[in-house]
Design a protein around this ligand. Structure first.
Ligand code: F0G
Length: 417
């Protein structure tokens, strides 16, 4: 795998073998002295670095904090999170025609999405840097997770949501967990612009995936997938397919793979191909992969039923694009109809996910049909959020209830027996 730039020598600014480095210019910073999201010198994205990248023997326990050796702290504000199931889906596997298909259901986290993995670390870091007001822009899941973890940590939370474009379950979560919810007249990218401005003025501590510590928590999805798959299947998967919005998860998975390769825990030929899936109406990452660009071009108008990934300016693209390329993966766009079909396919295996999550399976189907994914591949699809996050989309994708009379005879009559 190319693009391995993890340095092993801790600089003077490191704290307990942890520091921040700019992915553009290499400048290094102390991790917790100041609040900092991007490079002071060039505004590039920051990455958390460790003196000792972890190996498998370093991990013990269950869930996100099993992987403390790969994280900046030993414990965090926890509900607890991680240890999600890796389902087998035999009918879907046969239908898609791959050798093995497993589904990593991140909807089984405490607030129903993978965001919890990032928040348990991010809120711990917020405590370390001594801030009290946490904020994020969100298509919904980040706001639900921030509200819950902020509440758990006893901190004030502020969330900026694109008005009318966030699924009902997510708004309800943010609301009940006590976040102050600002409904912005604009899309997610507008919300993120504003919250970045607020963070720059010191008004709030930013817990979007621009915050490099959140991605450290999300790295544990990769660690968990690799361990579970290896223990149950005897090898590592050939490919990991995931939905892409702000590209934080793609960046986090790539970092996981780089660190494992750097420590010798994963051989170069064992690295799974990172494969991103976007909705056709919001696909700047697919465009960048198709054109060989180093960054995305902002899409001002985005639309998709998968509101979680309705994003036109993925801020983590400079971290995620090299990951897709270095692992020989790819990116693909799918229609809303294909997403709904995949949501039904997963539900037919008992796995209930929200639309954005089903994009991974829709993407795998498209790539398999195009011959990009081979029949002999072992694949993990990541499903990122629970069905109940978006009850309206689920009800629309499913069957309508049938009204019947309030008698057994009436019910039998209706059933035709
Ligand atoms: N799937 C779901 C269910 C999501 O909520 C998100 C992102 C993604 C996939 C994409 O992940 O941004 O790391 O590429 N949701 C964010 C939010 C943007 O605000 O909840 P990504």
């Amino acid at each position: 795998m190319a693009d391995l730039e993890l340095s092993a020598d801790a600089p003077a600014c490191a704290a307990d073998g942890v520091w921040l480095a700019c992915i553009e210019c290499g400048e290094q910073f102390a991790p917790f002295d100041d609040v900092r999201y991007t490079c002071d010198d060039c505004d590039g994205l920051l990455e958390v670095r460790y003196a000792d990248p972890p190996t498998w023997d370093d991990f013990e326990g269950r869930g996100v904090w099993r992987y403390a050796a790969a994280l900046p702290f030993d414990a965090g504000v926890s509900l607890p999170e991680g240890a999600t199931p890796l389902h087998d889906v035999p009918r879907l596997e046969a239908d898609l025609g791959v050798e093995r298909l497993r589904v990593k259901h991140e909807g089984m986290n405490p607030t129903g999405s993978f965001k919890d993995r990032g928040m348990t670390v991010g809120v711990r870091v917020a405590q370390a840097v001594g801030v009290d007001r946490l904020a994020c822009a969100s298509t919904g899941n980040t706001s639900a997770a921030l509200a819950a973890y902020g509440a758990r940590g006893g901190m004030e939370t502020l969330v900026l949501l694109p008005a009318g474009k966030v699924a009902a379950g997510k708004v309800a979560q943010a609301s009940l967990h006590g976040a102050r919810i600002l409904e912005v007249d604009g899309n997610f990218d507008t919300c993120l612009d504003i919250v970045q401005d607020l963070a720059g003025r010191g008004e709030v501590y930013l817990l979007n995936s621009l915050n490099p510590f959140r991605l450290e928590g999300q790295k544990t999805i990769g660690l968990e997938i690799l361990e579970q798959f290896r223990d149950e299947e005897g090898s590592y998967p050939d490919r990991i397919v995931l939905p892409v919005g702000n590209a934080g998860n793609t960046a986090a998975l790539y970092k996981c793979l780089r660190e494992l390769e750097a420590s010798g825990a994963l051989a170069a030929e064992e690295v799974p191909k990172l494969t991103g899936v976007q909705a056709a109406g919001a696909a700047p990452m697919v465009e960048a992969i198709d054109h060989g660009w180093d960054d995305t071009e902002r899409w001002d108008d985005v639309e998709t039923r998968a509101t979680a990934i309705r994003i036109g300016n993925p801020v983590n693209a400079p971290k995620a694009l090299p990951g897709i390329r270095a692992t020989s993966g790819t990116a693909v766009a799918v229609s809303d109809e294909a997403i709904t079909e995949a949501q039904r396919d997963l539900a037919g295996e008992g796995v209930g996910v929200e639309p954005a999550s089903a994009a991974s399976v829709a993407g795998l189907r498209k790539l398999r049909e195009a011959g990009v994914v081979d029949a002999d591949e072992q694949v993990v699809c990541l499903t990122t959020g629970h069905l109940l996050k978006d009850p309206d989309a689920a009800a629309e994708a499913g069957e309508d209830p049938e009204p019947v009379p309030g008698t057994t005879a009436g019910v039998l009559d209706h059933l035709g027996g």
